[in-house]
Write a protein that binds this ligand. Sequence first.
Ligand code: ZN
Ligand code: MN
Length: 452
Amino acid sequence: MNNLTTYRPIIGLEIHVELSTISKMFCGCSASWFGKKPNTNTCPVCLAMPGALPVPNQKAIEDSILLALSLNCKINSISKFDRKHYFYHDLPKGYQISQYDQPFGENGYMDVYCENNTIKRFRIKRVHLEEDTGKLSHINDVSLVDFNRAGVPLVEIVTEPDFTNALDVKKFLDQLQQTVRFLKISSADMEKGSMRLEPNISVQIPGEKTLPKYKVEVKNINSFRFAYNAINFEIERQIEILKNNKIPIQETRGYNEKLSQTVSQRTKEEAHDYRYFPEPDIPPFIFNKTYIDSLKKNIPELPFSKMKYYIQSFHIKSEDAHTIAFNKELSDFFEKVINHITKQLKKENIQITDMECKIASQIVNKKINENQALSDIYTQIISHYAIKTTDDKEILPLIKTIVSNHNDEVLSYKKGKTNVIGVFIGLILKEYKKPLDVQKLKSLIIDYLDNL
Ligand code: ZN
Ligand code: MN
C-alpha cells in the first residue's frame, strides 16, 4: 500500500521471446538467423513482395500456447492475428502481424521465489504471438538493414504493473527464462536478443491511490544486470522530477549501458495509433479442449514446482532446493545422482539418513560435480555418510566395549554433558575404520547411553 511518506514505484513488463522453431512464423525461411550473411535468409513472404501470402507456423503457435499454459493463462478458444501498423525501416510490410484483442493466452500469473525465501505472485496480462522485425545497423552516416530476422516467431508476454522494485523484476525474469528453457522453446538469451525486456515504469507520489497518469518505457536492455540498473536509474530520475512538483513525460527511453543511464528516444504511441485490424490473409483459430489438453501433456515439470517437490519430499532446505531446481543442468545432474545412489544403496543394503539433503548440499557446495563418474560419486558419498544396516550388530558391541572403558565420560553424560558423545564418535570411527553414517552412529550411541 502506498502511504503518505513514500514514493512508490509501479513497474510492468513486456517481454519478447524469440522461438527456436525450424522455420520462420509465416514462411519457410530458417528461423535461426544469428550470424548469417545479411539478407541471405529471406524469401518473398518475409520481404513483403506483392502477392506473397503468409502461412502460420503450427509449431510456433503450439509453443506459445505451451508457454501461456505454463504461466497459468486462460487459453482463448477463438483467437486470431491482427495487423499492427507503423512505419520503420526494419518492417518491410509497413505492419507487423501480431495479436490484438484475442491473444492466445490471458489472465495468468507466475509465483516467483524472491529475496528472503518469500514467494510472490505476479499477474500475467497476456501472452501473444507475432513476428520479429529486421535488424538495423548504423555505421558512420549510413544505416543498413538486414531482413534475416524478419518474420522470426516472437512471443510477447505482458505483465500487470505488479512490481515495485528492480530486484523482484530480476527474479521474475530469471524464473521466466528458466521456464522457457525447460519448455525447450527458446534459448531465451538476453545477450543474443532472443529474450528482450521492455519495462514500463512510473512512480506514485506519497498517498496516491490510483496508477500514475504517465508511464515511461525503457528499451535496448540486453542483460539482467542492465535491466536492474535501468529500472533503478529510472525510478530515481522520476522521483527527482516528482519532488519538484512536475510530472515525467510519457515517453520511450533507451538504456545507454556506457553511461548507466536512460535517454529519451521518442514520445509513446497509444494503441489507436497503430490502426489494428484483423489479418485478412489468415483465418481465425478455434481451439477445442481436447487439443489444449493434448498440449498440456507436453509441459515438463517446471522449476518452481520442482523446487516445491524437493522441499516437501526430500526436506531439502529452500536455498539449496532453489539453487538446484532453477538450474536445468544442475537439477538433471541432481536427479541422476539420486537415482543412481538410491539403486546402489538398495543393492548393497545400506542406509543414509537424509540422503537427498546431503547430496543436495554436496552439489550446491561443489563437493561433487558433473565431471565425476557416478561410481566415484557413490564411493565419495558412501565414505562420508554410509553405515550398513546389517552392521548394527558389529557396531553395537564396539560401542559397548568403548563405553565400558570410559566410565568418567559416561558419568559426565549422565550429568547432562552431551558433548562427550563426540568423544565416543571419534573413538569408534578410529576403531571401526570403515565408512559410517555419523548421524546414525550418534543416535546409536545416545540410545545405548540412555539405556545404561
Ligand atoms: Zn521468408
Ligand atoms: Mn511486440
